[in-house]
Design a protein around this ligand. Structure first.
Ligand code: ZN
Length: 275
């Protein structure tokens, strides 16, 4: 049976305000890094733009009636802000109760270098960060890519993550799942799998370990966020899709969400603007 899900990424409550407060020098240096900054004319507090965009995203989800919604990380800009998270959960509660929502941990949720404390606090608020779920013969696996980014302060977490991923992909292969789909926050790569490490992607060699598991088990697709723009690559039949933000856009793509349709013949998706 065909199913449909909606992928969202980076609602990141508080980012518009934090960008509005950059000094001119900081803004220029971000532009030099290739980022397109908007709405920097006037400093402001709070998260009114995020509220508007995420409310619209949830409204679309209620209209599209997907089998589930997945939010690929960076739910808030400051993980220690109760206000930002309260607003996130307030709007999330407007999602129809019969549509399940799955959370994916982002670097703004657990830190660029996660610690036992940040992981604990995330798990208390959002539940498990490495988990899987199935709908009919479709298999979905979610991992916490900040652990892949920098596991230096959390001994054992990377080993347990990669062991989990291997196990789950094998389970999906053994049951001959129609689709094996992975959700995470950081893209594995932007252009090519052997590109040099940079802020946006999972570093070598952990990137390679994950990619080889995906190939061995013939995964269908990997959906990420983190870039605040869309990015599409295809490698050996696996689609690597990074989806633009529900919140603040850092390139030319508007804020938006992705509608994904799956069936026995394949996978189709498109990006829907919220602007
Ligand atoms: Zn991020």
């Amino acid at each position: 049976m065909p199913i449909r899900f909606i992928q969202m990424a980076d609602p990141q409550f508080g980012m518009f305000s934090s960008i509005s407060k950059l000094t001119e020098e900081e803004a220029i240096s971000r532009s030099r890094e290739g980022l397109t900054l908007r709405y920097v004319e006037q400093e402001f507090d709070g998260f009114a733009p995020e509220t508007k965009l995420f409310t619209k995203a949830i409204k679309y989800a209620n209209e599209y009636k997907p089998d589930f919604v997945v939010i690929c990380g960076d739910m808030v800009n400051e993980a220690d802000s109760d206000d930002q998270r309260k607003e996130l959960f307030r709007i999330t509660s407007q999602l129809n109760k019969d549509i399940p929502i799955y959370w994916v941990a982002g670097n703004h949720d657990v830190g660029n270098t996660p610690t036992p404390e940040t992981l604990n606090s995330y798990r208390k608020l959002f539940g498990e960060d490495n988990y899987s779920f199935q709908i009919e013969n479709y298999y979905f696996i979610t991992i916490n890519s900040s652990i892949c980014s920098d596991p230096s302060l959390i001994p054992g977490e990377w080993d347990s993550l990669i062991g989990f991923l291997e196990n789950e992909l094998e389970k999906a292969s053994n049951m001959d799942a129609t689709h094996k789909i992975v959700f995470l926050h950081h893209p594995l790569f932007l252009e090519t799998p052997d590109e040099p490490d940079n802020y946006f992607v999972i570093p070598f060699p952990r990137r390679q370990e994950i990619i080889s598991l995906l190939h061995r088990n013939k995964a269908s697709a990997v959906f990420s966020g983190h870039l605040h723009r869309n990015n599409y690559r295809n490698l050996k039949g696996i689609e690597y899709v990074s989806t633009g933000p529900v919140g603040y856009p850092l390139a030319h793509d508007p804020s938006g969400i992705r509608i994904v349709d799956l069936d026995g013949t394949g996978l189709r998706h498109h990006y829907l603007s919220l602007e």
